[in-house]
Design a binder for this molecule. Structure first.
Ligand SMILES: [Fe+2]
Ligand SMILES: [Fe+2]
Length: 234
């Protein structure tokens, strides 16, 4: 039996997002569902997380900050300087308060979809990855490989996404959210432990901020890179 009325959630969400963001949200929902089938995650709850992950995305930045402050949501200095980052944690708050979602794992998947975190749950990893690989994403250079890995080795696909996100952020001297960095080291070490002979491709180079095969060169090719932090899309 269904717990959630997904068509009703979709209808409500559609009023809060612009057309592109809504289409992206639906794409993340279906990509997440495919990964949930592959990895044995609850399909319906993953759909809800995917659909709502960007529910706070189209709120103006000053209002994001104000809403966080009014509702006791902690704002770090990095987030204050880059308020678009707040759409993740504010989104989790909105999912609870405006969409009636109480499920802590769904709320966690929304909270961590931009930066990831060390030790993500299965659903958190699936939404984090789906946000990066959904079919309308086209410009990150390792997408094909990461899409493949997402169905072969989920942790490795997460590590590769974090590696490329860090590479992108460092290439333009953009501000890093420390969770992205902490997550990368966590998943790099996890992958190394799982397959000691198969070192993360370019891991050390990425950590050092130098160019790796297949990633954006410094100062070029950054338009349209998937949203991770900082979020560059409209
Ligand atoms: Fe997002
Ligand atoms: Fe997104």
């Amino acid at each position: 039996m269904s717990t959630y009325n997904i068509p009703k959630l979709e209808k409500k969400l559609k009023k809060e997002l612009d057309t592109e963001r809504f289409r992206h949200s639906v794409a993340v929902m279906y990509t997440g569902t495919a990964l949930a089938m592959r990895w044995g995650c609850d399909l319906e709850r993953t759909q809800v997380a995917g659909l709502l992950h960007d529910c706070a995305k189209c709120i103006p930045n000053d209002k994001k900050l104000r809403l966080c402050e009014q509702n006791g949501i902690e704002v770090t200095q990095t987030e204050r300087d880059n308020p678009f980052l707040l759409h993740s944690k504010l989104g989790a708050w909105m999912a609870k308060e405006k969409y009636g979602i109480e499920d802590e794992e769904i709320l966690g998947a929304i909270t961590w979809h931009t930066t990831g975190r060390p030790g993500m749950t299965l659903m958190e990893k699936i939404i984090f990855l789906s946000d990066y690989i959904e079919p309308m994403r086209q410009k990150a250079q390792n997408l094909e490989t990461i899409r493949y890995q997402a169905f072969i080795d989920l942790d490795r696909a997460v590590m590769m996404t974090l590696r490329d996100t860090l590479q992108y952020l460092r290439s333009g001297s953009r501000e890093l959210d420390e969770n992205t960095e902490l997550s990368y080291y966590y998943y790099r070490d996890l992958c190394d432990r799982k397959s000691p002979g198969k070192k993360a491709v370019g891991a050390e180079m990425a950590a050092a901020g130098t160019r790796t095969e297949g990633t954006a060169a410094a100062g070029t090719g950054t338009e349209g890179i998937p949203e991770k932090s900082p979020d560059t899309e409209p």
